[in-house]
Ligand binder design. Structure first.
Ligand SMILES: Nc1nc2c(c(=O)[nH]1)N[C@H]1C(S)=C(S)[C@@H](COP(=O)(O)O)O[C@H]1N2
Ligand SMILES: [Mo]
Length: 229
């Protein structure tokens, strides 16, 4: 048998089409301040639902229209930039890390919120222990298989409820929702939680991501209704 025959080589496929019109419309909404409730000047935590949000029980799918299909044997996560120990995890490596579980609420900038999502994966705290960011590192830029990027401060990335999630409600995260693995940073609007994560970069300077350069707020705290910036 010729060499290589019968071996299947997995590759990443990108399904779908980028939704240019939808992206433009959201960018216009950001410019015009659409969806701002105007209810909230100061942070108000008396309600579990942030200002301008409505509760849903389903789980909407939102993305740029490009959904990467990443076979587990082709998946990897590279973590680098200003760290002492850059690393690349295969799927086996990721799932061999200590398991972290957390239940948190989702708040999407398009005004839906979903309570009590049970996530399992690897805590960002554990990742930070592995890579050891250098003292100059202040910002974290996350890169996804669909070309999406988003940025948070190192402090926000280190939040005790933030994780690289690969299970939701006890099941593998579906491709539509960002599987094999996505970030979950519960304290911010959900655009700060990149699906199909492939790279995490530690940086001294901030690098606004896909939506941040299109008018979304650089921080994105739902409790301060930081939809647009
Ligand atoms: N890679 C990637 N991550 C992404 C997005 C995207 O387009 N690509 N969209 C963001 C936005 S705007 C939202 S609201 C959530 C939606 O996640 P969901 O489809 O699982 O609800 O993913 C965020 N993460
Ligand atoms: Mo969103």
């Amino acid at each position: 048998m010729p060499e290589g025959e019968g071996e299947s080589v997995s590759e990443v496929k990108i399904l779908g089409q980028i939704k240019e019109k939808l992206i433009r419309r959201k960018q216009e909404w950001a410019r015009d301040g659409r969806l701002l409730s105007g209810d909230q000047q100061e942070e108000d935590r008396t309600s579990r639902l942030p200002a301008g949000q409505r509760l849903v029980t389903d789980w909407p799918v939102l993305d740029l229209g490009l959904q990467p299909d990443v076979p587990l044997d082709a998946w990897s996560l590279s973590v680098g930039g200003l760290v002492k120990n850059p690393l690349t995890w295969s799927w086996e490596d990721l799932t061999a890390q200590p398991l972290f579980e957390d239940v948190s609420d989702i708040h999407c900038v398009t005004t839906w919120s979903r309570y009590d999502n049970y996530w399992e994966g690897v805590s960002t705290a554990h990742l930070l222990e592995c890579v050891e960011p250098l003292p100059e590192a202040r910002h974290v830029i996350m890169h996804s298989y669909d070309g999406y990027t988003t940025n948070v401060t190192l402090e926000a990335f280190s939040a005790p409820d933030a994780l690289i999630a690969y299970r939701w409600e006890g099941e593998p995260i579906t491709r539509q929702h960002g599987g094999p693995a996505r970030l979950v940073i519960p304290q911010y609007y959900f655009w700060k939680s990149p699906k199909w994560i492939r790279g995490i970069e530690f940086s001294a300077s901030d690098k606004p991501g896909f939506w941040e350069v299109r008018g979304y707020h650089n921080v994105g705290d739902p409790w301060k209704e930081q939809r647009y910036g």
